[in-house]
Design a protein around this ligand. Structure first.
Ligand code: HPA
Length: 277
C-alpha cells in the first residue's frame, strides 16, 4: 500500500463525478436499501477502481456510490471487503485510506452483528462505543501510518466518538421515539459463526455484539484521523444465546425487516455529521 496507489484510486474516483464528499458511509450485509435514496448518483464498481479489491459476498453489491443524501455530498460503499473472502485486514481497510485522500473527514460504518448482550433483541440498533480485536493481522501492520499524518502509534481511546454517538442517539430518539443501544463490538474473522463457548468468552470480556467486519476499517480511520460513527444492527442473537441454529437467511430477514428505521437512522446520522465541523 503506497501513497501513490492510494492517490491513484482517489483520483480515479474523483474523475467520475463532480460531487466532493466529506462524509462516507459503509453499508453492511443486507443494509443497502438506503443506496436508492442517493441522488445525483455516480455508481463506480469496485472492480473498476485501481488497486481496490472486489467483494465476493453475494449479499454485498460491490459498488461505490458518490452522490447526495438530503443534499449532503456522500460516498457510500454498497458492500465491503471481508477477511473471510481471503483479504488481509490491509485490503479490507484500503478504501478508508482512499477516502482520506479524497478529503473524507467522517465515516459511518455499519454492519449486521450477532447479539451477545442478553438484553438485546434481533432488530435492535447499537451504536458502537468501542471494539475488541484479538487477531495478529492488522491494517497498519508493516505500514508507516505517518503517511496519513497521525504517526505509527496512534490513539484509539475515543475512536467511536462519544460526542457524536450521543448526538445521533438523541436526535434519532427525538425523531422516531426509539432508543438506541450503545455497546462494544467484538471482531471475529469468520466465515463460520462463533461457537457458543466463544460467545460466552466474548460476553465475559465485555462484548455486546459480534461480527466479521468493521474493525479493520475503523483502525484505518483512526490512523487517518477520520471521525467514526459505528452502527450494528442485531441481525440475530449470537450462538448459544437462544436454542436455535444460526443462518444467514435469518440475518438477511432481520435486515430486510428493519430497513425503514435503518434508512431513517442513516439520514439522521449523515445530517448530524454534516453539522459537526
Ligand atoms: N456472528 C458474527 N457475525 C455476524 C453474526 C454473528 O452472529 N450475525 C451477523 N454477522
Amino acid at each position: 500500500m503506497t501513497y501513490n496507489q492510494i492517490k491513484g484510486s482517489a483520483e480515479y474516483i474523483l474523475a467520475q463525478t463532480r460531487v466532493r464528499p466529506k462524509i462516507a458511509v459503509i453499508l453492511g450485509s443486507g443494509l443497502n436499501p438506503i443506496a436508492s435514496d442517493i441522488e445525483n448518483a455516480t455508481r463506480i464498481p469496485y472492480k473498476n477502481i485501481p488497486r481496490w479489491n472486489s467483494t465476493t459476498n453475494p449479499d454485498h453489491e460491490g459498488v461505490l456510490i458518490v452522490g447526495t443524501l438530503d443534499k449532503i455530498p456522500v460516498a457510500v460503499m454498497s458492500g465491503r471487503l471481508h477477511q473471510y473472502e481471503g483479504n488481509s485486514m490491509k485490503e479490507c481497510a484500503y478504501p478508508i485510506a482512499v477516502f482520506k485522500a479524497m478529503g473524507i473527514e467522517k465515516i459511518i460504518i455499519t454492519n449486521a452483528a450477532g447479539g451477545i448482550n442478553t438484553g438485546y433483541n434481533a432488530g435492535d440498533f447499537v451504536l458502537i462505543s468501542d471494539h475488541i480485536k484479538f487477531f495478529n493481522d492488522g491494517p497498519l501492520t508493516g505500514e508507516d501510518a505517518s503517511m496519513f499524518g497521525t504517526g505509527r502509534f496512534f490513539d484509539m481511546s475515543d475512536t467511536y466518538s462519544e460526542y457524536l454517538r450521543n448526538r445521533v442517539a438523541g436526535a434519532f430518539e427525538a425523531e422516531s421515539g426509539k432508543a438506541l443501544k450503545q455497546g462494544v463490538y467484538a471482531y471475529m474473522p469468520g466465515p463460520q459463526f462463533e461457537t457458543p463457548a466463544e460467545i460466552r468468552m466474548l460476553r465475559a470480556l465485555g462484548a455486546d455484539v459480534v461480527g466479521m467486519s468493521t474493525v479493520p476499517e475503523v483502525i484505518m480511520a483512526a490512523a487517518c484521523g477520520i471521525k467514526v460513527l459505528g452502527i450494528s444492527v442485531v441481525s440475530n442473537m449470537a450462538a448459544g444465546v437462544l436454542s436455535q441454529k444460526l443462518s444467514v437467511d435469518d440475518v438477511n430477514e432481520t435486515c430486510a425487516s428493519i430497513k425503514g428505521d435503518f434508512k431513517q437512522l442513516i439520514h439522521t446520522a449523515v445530517k448530524i455529521l454534516e453539522e459537526e465541523k
